[in-house]
Design a protein around this ligand. Sequence first.
Ligand SMILES: Nc1ncnc2c1ncn2[C@@H]1O[C@H](COP(=O)(O)OP(=O)(O)OP(=O)(O)O)[C@@H](O)[C@H]1O
Length: 207
Amino acid sequence: MQLIAEDLIIERGGRIVIDGLSFAVSEGEALVLSGANGAGKTTLLRTVAGYIRPSSGSVHLDGGDSELTISEQAHVVGHANAVKSSLTVFENAAFWSEYLSGSVADAESIERALRHFGLDDLAEFPAAYLSAGQRRRLGLARLLLAVRPVWLLDEPTVSLDIASSDRLVAAVNDHTRAGGLAIIATHLPLALERVRTLTIISRRMAA
Ligand SMILES: Nc1ncnc2c1ncn2[C@@H]1O[C@H](COP(=O)(O)OP(=O)(O)OP(=O)(O)O)[C@@H](O)[C@H]1O
């Protein structure tokens, strides 16, 4: 499987943010998007996910399920954690497993995902009372609740302490080792395996 972006031109608010970008990410690889604030990393990720239509160019998944869109084959983790405050941590995870795969995962799988992100002791805790980092960890736990070949992660380490950041890195490395691919926008150096970096140059700064 390969995710291929060709000749992308992307505008925001009438201004070209990405101008003629092509790249490919193969299964087993992670691509880190780096670049200054406002350079266009979120814009590019949202375009890959299909949430923003490029002015020209295309993104497609070679070897994926042609019946499904990229976002239907991807975990898209943005700035919001999509945590429901009225539910417990466990109930949030159960909700996400059903939303992502059509049926609630078994309790053991949910517990494993929570354990990976150090949330097992908080399973029955109301999500409303989670700290910012705990909420982010719960948002990330959904990566492990359903198998999706493409992970699109926008600043996934925001609010995470070093140990939690390491747990995320381990999850991404497990994912690429298993043949998945990932595109990750981040300002932090992450100890990812099989990683390449794509630096997005700010057109405003370059002008
Ligand atoms: N909805 C919008 N309307 C107009 N301009 C926008 C919109 N969203 C983003 N932009 C602009 O597009 C440019 C790229 O923004 P983007 O969020 O993709 O940058 P980024 O590289 O992810 O930045 P950061 O590192 O700060 O998260 C910025 O100049 C931003 O102001």
